[in-house]
Design a protein around this ligand. Structure first.
Ligand code: ZN
Length: 385
């Protein structure tokens, strides 16, 4: 495919691949399939979530700029332990809770300038797909049924652990910390993970060959990726806290079910920290996007995020928004034009170096060039009022 010089850049996009542990060329075909793990909609979106989705949005913008089509799927986990616990706490039906939080999430993402995703399927839309997928895993001898639960048998999967590259002791510790129920006596190995489980009395249940129940945590993403994007996807992403166990388990069960590679390239977003700790619902150290939007232009919020590299943890503090707002005003004052465009394209092709791109736009604006086209590649809109 012929590309205008300067648009395609000197070479391929280079990106860090978590599985290989190094920066490698990322050379997809004309249509790039991407899957990013979405939210569990029981609470508002915080800056850590926003950083994940903004990163994949910047990548999509650069891939489209290079002439690719992109097809990005982002699921919604509308049934899981957290959803059901929160719905119980606030006394609403879990799907009503999901509907109101998804509306809030979509509104935040639109304000932050995210391109619409190709689809945003819900876990509860995929129950037949999930049951069929579990049947494939069982048929190929990679799972077993015990007391109405279906467990994935990690001993049947030689590749288990190859994405995260973790030792068994570390996998056991992380699985225990992250909801892996390692002490479940029905498991043959504590690292085995649940594909299907019986529901508690007050939880939703769907019929299945193994008894009434609901999906395990990891299975929806494998079933939805297969349904929406096919057997092998070009790029899979999410927050770095999903590498283990979530993505390791997704890869194991998908490759067990289809016999084909699941993902060509794994890309993970580093955590945003606050008060020295990872920003997370469980710690409560959160900055919600909807609260920031009451005070700040959403484009400046986006600029605050893209000023940091996706693979570097960074700290949210009181200095972040004033600095981003001041920079946004400088770019806006510089006006329309394609200043820094070549530098921004080159920076993004170099492991999505958004801070390098931001610095290039800073210096173009300082020398009196308009920077709206380069800023648009970062998803920062300087043109709309
Ligand atoms: Zn997922």
């Amino acid at each position: 495919m012929a590309e205008p010089v300067g648009k395609a850049g000197a070479g391929p996009v280079r990106l860090y691949d978590t599985a290989r542990g190094e920066v490698v060329p990322f050379e997809p075909g004309p249509v790039v399939t991407m899957y990013t793990c979405g939210v569990t909609p029981y609470d508002a979106t915080h800056v850590g979530h926003a950083a994940v989705y903004i990163t994949y949005d910047v990548l999509q913008r650069r891939l489209r700029d290079r002439g690719h089509d992109t097809r990005c799927v982002r699921n919604i986990t509308d049934v899981d332990d957290d959803m059901l616990r929160k719905a119980r706490e606030v006394g609403v039906h879990y799907l009503d809770l999901a509907a109101s939080e998804v509306a809030r999430f979509d509104d935040d993402m639109e304000a932050l300038g995210l391109l619409p995703v190709a689809s945003e399927p819900r876990a509860t839309s995929a129950i037949p797909d999930i049951r069929g997928f579990i049947g494939m895993v069982l048929d190929r001898g990679h799972a077993y049924v015990e007391h109405g639960s279906v467990y994935f048998d990690v001993s049947s999967s030689p590749r288990f652990g190859s994405l995260s590259g973790l030792e068994r002791d570390t996998m056991l510790r992380l699985a225990a910390e992250r909801g892996g129920k390692v002490d479940d006596p029905a498991k043959r190995d504590p690292l085995d993970f649940v594909l299907w489980q019986p529901s508690a009395d007050d939880e939703p249940a769907w019929d299945s060959l193994w008894g009434p129940g609901r999906p395990g945590w990891h299975i929806e993403c494998s079933a939805l990726a297969l349904r929406e994007l096919g057997t092998t996807i070009d790029l899979h992403g999410g927050g770095a806290d999903l590498i283990f166990p979530h993505h390791e388990c997704e890869a194991a069960q998908s490759e067990a079910a289809t016999g084909e590679p699941f993902v060509r390239h794994w890309m993970h977003q580093a955590m945003v920290r606050m008060d020295g700790e990872k920003m997370s619902k469980s710690l409560g150290n959160l900055v919600f996007v909807s609260d920031l939007r009451k005070v700040h232009d959403a484009r400046a919020i986006r600029l605050a995020v893209v000023s940091h590299h996706y693979r570097t943890e960074w700290e949210w503090d009181d200095a972040v928004m004033p600095a981003a707002t001041e920079r946004f005003d400088r770019w806006l004052a510089a006006g329309d034009g394609d200043g820094a465009l070549a530098e921004v394209r080159a920076a993004l092709d170099d492991d999505l170096d958004a801070p390098g791109a931001v610095a290039a736009i800073d210096s173009a604006a300082a020398s009196g060039l308009g920077v709206s086209t380069a800023a648009a590649l970062l998803g920062v809109d300087l043109v709309s009022p």
